[in-house]
Design a protein around this ligand. Structure first.
Ligand SMILES: Nc1nc2c(ncn2[C@@H]2O[C@H](COP(=O)(O)OP(=O)(O)OP(=O)(O)O)[C@@H](O)[C@H]2O)c(=O)[nH]1
Ligand SMILES: [Mg+2]
Length: 642
């Protein structure tokens, strides 16, 4: 069975509710107040089955000018619209405003019912048909069929039914991914039944037992029961009117205007980049910075309109803008919104959402507007590249799909194609795959080159460059995202740059490919002298300060060479002193041998064992103390058994 939803539209008292009742037998004015005042106040719901297996849900909206907000909530996400105009009254203010809204929401399938023809003569009907044709011409409903009817005499009702049926037959069932968005237009609690929310299911499908998150509250709830058109269901599909019975902590906090969503699928956003269409009937042009109210689905938020490409958008024209709202909304690319003035009295514009998580734009960003114009028609891979460019850092694929509000499977597939074509960077990382824009590689590459140039300049004698872990620490000062998860990005880049001949591997480090260590004659001499000093007497080695205090060599040169020996691992620093690296192992072996024949050891014994002085014996012993080699009792040490 095909499921479609139709909303009524039109000025107060033009006969919408009576017409819906004539079509369906259902009276949608249920409230006492509605009955008493003879007007609709809240949304009404009805349905009818059409030939060819179509079930048409109907949302009957109020026409009163004070209830345009309610009308907006009812008309969001419907497939077709039934514009109702009374023949005896003609086109009235809310006829125009509702038509504007339908147009701005991009609903282009609809019919006009010219009601109450029993009250007027044929000539008036003919004139009205002509007038309405002109009214529709510049709108999304241009050329829509106009059917004269009377709910009182029954005249034209047969033609209206078949017009609805053929419109429904042409209208495709909406295709949908699995990601649920159900904007709630009504929430009530029924005795012994818990909380029930109703709405038109924008996308996805809901089954009994599913978990849904209510945005923007973030409250997670369980679906206890489902109804469509007053019948119990196990499942509800996109395009159906649904009543969802919700269980769970915090359910009393949900209300109309909230959206039920697949948990984890969307990231609500208070800033949206949009194409904005100034309403044809708007009394004033849209201006940069003007306060507005934005409507998406059943949600409403106050905010400001930041125009990107022009200071003002005159009535009937299009521009690009950033909406900054005071409440986050669950939007998706392609969503249509309506903007009203800040008082919520005049409909001023429509929007098409292009970027759900934009960066904040400064004023007059013509380039940002141009990018949006391209993005508007882009397919998913291009959208992904744009999103990654904006992020300017590696993203987990799951986070990417959340930001885009796109199905994770489709995003993963597109990411794979992009990676295969070398259009984005990608790496398996724990716990998930990360992807990034090639611009990230480029910025990282430049920073990496600078770091190595700097390193080689500071240590020209060293053949080696920086170890990957050292590089990561240095670059993380500029790229704050370069934590453990993003390490593979750097790793991949080093591999690529080594492959392309920009870098070379030296020991455990990477260095600039053309780096050659350079030495002065003095430095060579220092190197020889220092090494000799260290190796000749490993337990009482000559210290570097002896070289410069002799005045023969400069302190800077001596220190540089000594640093290099340290960096190469040929010597170690213990306290203030330097020892050749193998002095430690030699000393350890001597101690172990000593304990073959002794129970305890004193500092003096150690000093004699290594044939040194206290100056060297004490820091060496302290080194072994730190390694917890001994059990100590004051000055007496025993070898600790392990
Ligand atoms: N003569 C005549 N009266 C009609 C016809 N359709 C509706 N009416 C009358 O017009 C009045 C308003 O009808 P509703 O259906 O309540 O109008 P509505 O468009 O739903 O009004 P709101 O929901 O308040 O915007 C009622 O008194 C109806 O009886 C018709 O075809 N012929
Ligand atoms: Mg009504």
């Amino acid at each position: 069975m095909k499921h479609l939803v139709m909303a009524t539209a039109g000025h107060i008292d033009h006969g919408k509710t009576v017409l819906v009742r004539a079509l369906t037998g259902i009276d949608t004015d249920r409230l006492d107040e509605e009955k008493r005042r003879g007007i609709s106040i809240v949304l009404g719901y009805a349905h009818m089955d059409l030939a060819g297996g179509v079930r048409l849900g109907i949302v009957d909206v109020p026409g009163h000018e004070r209830f345009v907000r309610t009308m907006l909530a009812g008309v969001g996400g419907v497939d077709v619209v039934l514009l109702v105009i009374a023949a005896d009254d003609g086109v009235m203010p809310q006829t125009r405003e509702h038509l504007d809204i339908v147009h701005l929401l991009g609903i282009h399938r609809g019919l006009v019912a010219l009601t109450k023809v029993d009250l007027v003569d044929a000539e008036t009907v003919a004139l009205a048909v002509e007038e309405i044709g002109d009214l529709l011409a510049p709108t999304a409903l241009a050329g829509a069929e106009i059917v004269p009817v009377s709910a009182v005499s029954g005249e034209g009702m047969g033609r209206l039914r078949s017009a609805i049926a053929s419109m429904a037959a042409e209208c495709p069932q909406r295709t949908s991914d699995r990601m649920v968005r159900l904007p709630l237009d009504r929430v009530f609690s029924a005795e012994g039944f818990g909380t029930v929310g109703t709405g038109t299911l924008f996308s996805g499908q809901i089954a009994v037992g599913d978990r849904l998150v209510c945005e923007p509250t973030g409250i997670e709830l369980r679906v206890r029961g489902l109804q469509a058109y007053k019948e119990d269901r196990q499942e509800i599909f996109a395009g159906q009117r649904a009543a969802v019975n919700l269980a769970g902590e915090g359910r009393e906090q949900i209300g109309p205007g909230h959206m039920l969503c697949t948990p984890g699928a969307f990231l609500p956003s208070a800033m949206l980049d949009v194409a904005v269409f100034s309403a044809g009937s708007s009394p004033r042009p849209l201006r940069h910075g003007m306060p507005i109210r934005g409507y998406l689905g059943t949600a409403e938020a106050r905010g400001r309109l930041a125009l990107l490409d022009r200071p003002a958008v005159p009535a009937g024209e299009t521009g690009y803008a950033q909406l900054r709202l005071d409440t986050p909304m669950v939007a998706r690319r392609g969503d249509r919104m309506v903007l009203r003035d800040i008082a919520g009295e005049v409909t001023i514009a429509g929007c098409e959402v292009i970027d759900v998580h934009p960066n904040k734009h400064r004023r007059h960003r013509v380039d940002a507007a141009a990018a949006l114009a391209t993005l508007r028609d882009a397919d998913l891979p291009d959208v992904i590249v744009y999103e990654l460019a904006k992020a300017a850092r590696p993203c987990a694929v799951e986070e990417l799909s959340r930001r885009l509000g796109e199905d994770a499977g489709s995003v993963a597939a597109a990411v794979e194609r992009l990676a295969a074509a070398d259009k984005i960077g990608t790496a398996e990382s724990q716990p998930e795959t990360v992807v990034w824009h090639l611009g990230v590689d480029e910025r990282l590459r430049q920073a990496l080159m600078s770091a190595l140039i700097e390193h080689h300049r500071a240590r020209p004698m060293l053949a080696g460059g920086l170890a990957p872990s050292e590089l990561a620490v240095r670059l993380a000062q500029t790229f704050d995202w370069l934590g453990p998860v993003a390490r593979p990005v750097l790793h991949r880049l080093c591999e690529r740059m080594t492959g392309s001949g920009e870098l070379k591997t030296v020991g455990r480090t990477v260095a600039l490919a053309d780096h050659e260590p350079t030495w002065t004659d003095d430095q060579r001499a220092i190197h020889r002298t220092l090494l000799d000093g260290y190796t000749q007497n490993p337990f009482a080695p000559v210290q570097p300060d002896a070289l410069w205090s002799s005045g023969r060599y400069s302190q800077a040169d001596v220190e540089a060479v000594n640093e290099m020996l340290l960096a190469e691992g040929r010597i170690v620093r213990i306290g203030e002193l330097h020892f050749p690296s193998d002095a430690i192992d030699q000393a350890r072996r001597k101690i172990e041998a000593f304990f073959q024949t002794h129970e305890t050891m004193l500092m003096a014994q150690f000093r004699d064992l290594i044939g040194s002085t206290r100056k060297f014996a004490v820091p060496l012993m302290n080194h072994f103390d730190d390694e917890q080699m001994f059990d100590r009792d004051g000055e007496v040490r025993r070898l600790r058994r392990r």
